[in-house]
Design a binder for this molecule. Structure first.
Ligand code: GTP
Ligand code: MG
Ligand code: ZN
Length: 311
């Protein structure tokens, strides 16, 4: 249970006779909302054109109806967005402060997906960390992968949801943050959530569809409170991910070592592709910037330029 916080509930507005809280799960028009005392209610979107996602602050009509009628979505402090065919991008979660990218030896990691989540965090101004799960397995991650992220300054935690290794350190990382677990399907995001929040297993199973393999694949993003005071969002696994960027020039902002090196580029608007006097390309040649990360940057730049041309 969270202590009460009604100080923000008195705001005047079109929905004065309403209660403020947050969306803790969204399935299209159907929602689960939570008030600031931690009480949860089934809810639905009661205003045309209202689009809310997990993590959104919303208001619903006061009263004791079975399903709460959500009538207003409050401004977001951050959005995790991926591109969609219509240009503006699909918002996956709102108001998160930290992106935790989970990877494992199995399924085999895709470093481009990891880089793109890290880029999303950089661009949205959120903290980012890597969690390498399943350390109990004999198989290992590709040599040097985690060390590369460590050298860039990202916190890297080696954990096992199965044995509990590293979960204390993970709980510390999640303290006072509103974190989203992201990553490929099957890396163990929901297993980590279950290990960190005892007793929610049933709830997780209830909002997941069992697959033929006898495990629960997450189908919607859900928000959970941690005893340490943080909040943790579990999200469906992805086959691919890219951040939606309003401008291709933002691609470089997603890579902190490129941002640092770009200070020395001859041209302020250098794209770090073929421009003369490019300190980023020079950094790749001298080994200061990893060729793999640079290739990640180029792919994200190209993707964003392609999307912009189509839009
Ligand atoms: N050996 C081992 N297996 C694990 C560990 N964590 C999770 N698993 C297994 O990995 C499989 C996938 O775990 P999930 O927690 O469902 O993975 P997920 O990332 O939530 O997957 P999606 O919901 O599809 O995105 C399950 O069979 C888990 O039992 C671990 O630390 N060690
Ligand atoms: Mg899951
Ligand atoms: Zn450059």
């Amino acid at each position: 249970m969270q202590s009460g916080n009604s100080s923000r509930g008195a705001a005047a507005g079109p929905a004065a006779d309403s209660i403020e809280g947050q969306v803790v799960a969204a399935y299209g028009q159907r929602l689960l909302v939570e008030d600031d005392e931690g009480r949860r209610y089934p809810a639905f979107i009661a205003r045309r054109g209202l689009r809310v996602v997990c993590g959104d602050r919303v208001r619903w009509l006061a009263g004791d109806t079975a399903d709460r009628a959500v009538v207003e979505q409050l401004p977001r402090s951050s959005e995790l967005r991926r591109p969609d065919s219509r240009g503006r991008g699909e918002v996956l979660a709102a108001n998160i402060t930290q992106l935790v990218v989970v990877c494992a030896p199995s399924p085999a990691p895709d470093p481009f997906i990891i880089d793109r989540y890290l880029a999303a965090a950089e661009v949205m101004g959120a903290d980012a960390a890597i969690v390498a799960n399943k350390t109990d397995l004999a198989a290992a991650l590709p040599a040097g992968l985690l060390e590369e992220y460590e050298s860039l300054g990202y916190p890297v935690l080696r954990v096992s949801a199965a044995t509990g290794t590293g979960l204390d350190a993970l709980a510390l990382l999640l303290r006072e943050q509103r974190s989203l677990l992201a990553g490929q399907s099957g890396v163990g995001k929901s297993s980590l959530l279950n290990a960190l929040v005892p007793g929610i297993e049933a709830a997780t199973a209830g909002i997941s569809a069992a697959t033929g393999e006898g495990r629960h694949r997450t189908t919607a993003t859900t928000l959970h409170r941690l005893s340490c005071g943080g909040e943790l969002l579990d999200s469906p696994g992805v086959r691919d991910f890219a951040p939606a960027l309003d401008d291709p020039r933002l691609a470089a902002a997603g890579f902190r070592e490129i941002v640092a090196a770009a200070q020395e580029c001859r041209f302020a608007n250098c794209r770090h592709m073929k421009e003369p006097g490019c300190a980023v390309k020079a950094g790749v040649e001298t080994g200061r910037i990893s060729p793999r990360r640079y290739e990640s940057y180029r792919r994200l730049l190209r993707l964003t330029e392609d999307l912009q041309q189509r839009g």
